[in-house]
Design a protein around this ligand. Sequence first.
Ligand SMILES: Cc1cc2nc3c(=O)[nH]c(=O)nc-3n(C[C@H](O)[C@H](O)[C@H](O)COP(=O)(O)O)c2cc1C
Length: 182
Amino acid sequence: MRYRIGVLVGSLRKGSFSRSVAEAMAELFPEQFDVEFLEIEQLPYFNQDFEEEGATPQSYLDFRKKVAACDGFLFATPEYNRSYPAVLKNALDVASRPYGASQWNGKPAAIVGVSPGQMGGFGASQHLRQTLSFLNLDLVQQPEAYIGNVGALLDDGGRLVNEGTRAFLQTVVDALVAKIRG
Ligand SMILES: Cc1cc2nc3c(=O)[nH]c(=O)nc-3n(C[C@H](O)[C@H](O)[C@H](O)COP(=O)(O)O)c2cc1C
């Protein structure tokens, strides 16, 4: 049996710390897991008018299909003003529609908050947790993952160089894998 993980990164920045952490985590899944980054930059701002017959952007349809094909998700988010970035909320909204046909429903997911600051994106993670709970994702509750001072954990190329952090991230991945395998 093979499983598919969708990784969503709440930053569009070249050189994003959050993406670097997500890339390090992507390598920690067992062999039976295919890990795909689900890009969200191409999704127009959600507009409910798009739900009219024939008005749905192709990018929405493609994204929903990709989400539907996943068995679980990893969310790596930076913190913007003590919450998670709008681009990630937009993607969550897009795949939550049309009403009654959310693609997130019931699937396992883990959150990792990332920040160059001390608090490791705690505020972003908590807000994201609220939305994901409402969307009925089956969230990894423990361990919680707040990666602070992230700049010190990566080299100039964005590769994780702190082995203690890698070992911790492995425990997060393991908890997500256990949920998916049931
Ligand atoms: C609009 C904005 C708001 C921010 N607010 C916070 C914040 O509330 N907490 C925090 O730790 N960092 C905050 N930052 C700094 C980000 O943590 C930093 O830019 C980080 O590199 C973003 O993640 P990325 O590297 O994955 O793009 C903010 C940055 C921006 C652009």
